[in-house]
Write a protein that binds this ligand. Structure first.
Ligand code: PLP
Length: 422
């Protein structure tokens, strides 16, 4: 293939060659991920068959949405797949942050303590924690205290955990994915071990996991290894690139009911919420999710290999076990971060002509530059790259609905960065 395509796309042959070599080198690391995708695909189909998913579930509900069968079966299938007792899967949950906030507000009451044991939560959660000047009803405004235990280089700080649990926090919070941090995602083994220990010391603790970007990377999910509650975004992994908006909450019935009381109102809970025909997309997206996640993982692993072979620091490394779809690459220079994101944007099927600039995104402390030429606005299961504008200028690359497209983004980014070095 050529016909001027490489010139038009500003792709260097040397970058394409480097990616070909990288693919060969990491082939062995992809096998485990392929097997996981296989397992999760079957697990999902099994759940769909168990509840008798049929065409009739794809009808359109309106108004209050009482007895919306599509919504009800979607939530049963989510609960089954994630090993929870119940689930909320709705377009009325506007984002991952919203899904997480439903869990926090649902469980925590005045005088309670929230303890994060994986360091600072994701940036957009920060605004929920401290008292606010405008009295917006943050957890701090409501008299809920927040404490945090940082991760160590070895992972969970177990001596610190024992100490912190003496205070009997109502909720213990874990974030599986890296967020904008230079750390590997917590593996399911690490999450399970932490939950077992937490429950040993403080059995009443409600263990909550921010599962954003973690779905279907492994065979198990946090709610299958003891988490009481977990939340995520449908424009990330579980939406499979098909869900146009929404979020989910899965967990123990009691806690899911409390989150539902926040989403609608106490007394109404999960009973209302017209889905206006979205259930087909949610379920088809879930069906595709394990395969799509595999595409994103291939993209991440090949990118890790290609960039580390050029001397860049990468996290995780190509050979590392993974528990989210994020690939962090330390670029060291502001100019390189901009170039990387602009190259990924220019590889996009949508808005390829747009030049990303850093901006003050709601909920983020630094300016963020973001490349997302996605069919669903802001979707980061689609190929996307972003990073806060601060040293050491780390880019977070994630997504890729097809590996073929993810590869195009990697080659364009490599072309843009190496051209500068030449
Ligand atoms: C994306 C993300 C969130 C927040 O989700 P939004 O949909 O952006 O609000 C929370 N935690 C983690 C780890 C995330 O990756």
């Amino acid at each position: 293939m050529n016909d001027g395509f490489y010139e038009r796309m500003e792709i260097d042959q040397s970058a394409a060659e480097l990616v070909r070599k990288s693919e060969k080198k990491v082939a062995g690391f992809l096998e485990k991920q392929e097997e996981t995708a296989q397992y999760n695909q079957w697990k999902i189909v099994d759940a769909m068959q168990k509840y008798g998913l049929g065409q009739r579930h794809f009808s359109v509900s309106t108004g209050y949405g009482y007895g919306d069968e599509g919504r009800e079966i979607t939530e049963k299938i989510y609960a089954e797949v994630f090993g929870g007792e119940d689930a909320i899967v709705r377009p009325h949950i506007t984002s991952g942050t919203h899904a997480i906030s439903l869990c926090l507000y649902g469980v925590l009451r005045s005088g309670d303590e929230l303890l994060s044991v994986t360091g600072a939560p994701y940036d957009t959660i920060h605004s929920l924690l401290a008292p606010s000047e405008e009295d917006l009803g943050t957890l701090g405004d409501l008299g809920i205290t927040y404490r945090q235990l940082d991760l160590t280089d070895q992972g969970m700080d177990y001596p610190g955990l024992e100490e912190a649990l003496k205070n009997k926090p109502k909720m213990v919070y874990l974030q599986r994915s890296t967020g904008y941090a230079w750390r590997k995602a917590l593996t399911m083994d690490e999450i399970e071990k932490a939950i077992v220990r937490i429950k040993e010391i403080h059995p009443q603790a409600v263990v909550m996991v921010d599962n954003c970007y973690g779905e279907f990377i492994e065979k198990m999910e946090p709610t299958e290894v003891g988490a009481d509650l977990m939340a995520g975004s449908l424009i990330k992994n579980p939406g499979g690139g098909i869900a146009p908006t929404g979020g989910y909450v899965v967990g123990k019935k009691k806690w899911v009911a409390r989150a539902a009381a926040r989403l609608s109102a106490p007394g109404i809970g999960k009973e209302t919420g017209a889905t206006m025909g979205i259930s087909r997309q949610y379920l088809q997206g879930l069906f595709l999710a394990p395969h799509v996640v595999l595409q994103a993982l291939k993209t991440a692993i090949v990118a890790a290999e290609a960039f580390s072979s050029l001397g860049f620091q990468v996290c995780p490394k190509p050979e590392d076990d993974r528990s989210d779809i994020i690939q962090a690459i330390q670029l060291d220079e502001e100019e390189k971060l901009l170039r990387f994101c602009r190259a990924v944007q220019s590889a996009s099927p949508v808005d390829s002509y747009v030049t990303p600039y850093p901006w003050d995104m709601p909920g983020y402390e630094e300016q963020v530059v973001m490349a997302a030429g996605a069919f669903m606005e802001g979707s980061s299961i689609e190929l996307s790259a972003d990073g806060p504008m601060k040293a050491p200028y780390i880019v977070y690359l994630q997504g890729g609905l097809t590996y073929e497209h993810g590869k195009m983004g990697i080659i364009k980014a490599l072309s843009s960065l190496t051209r500068e070095n030449a």
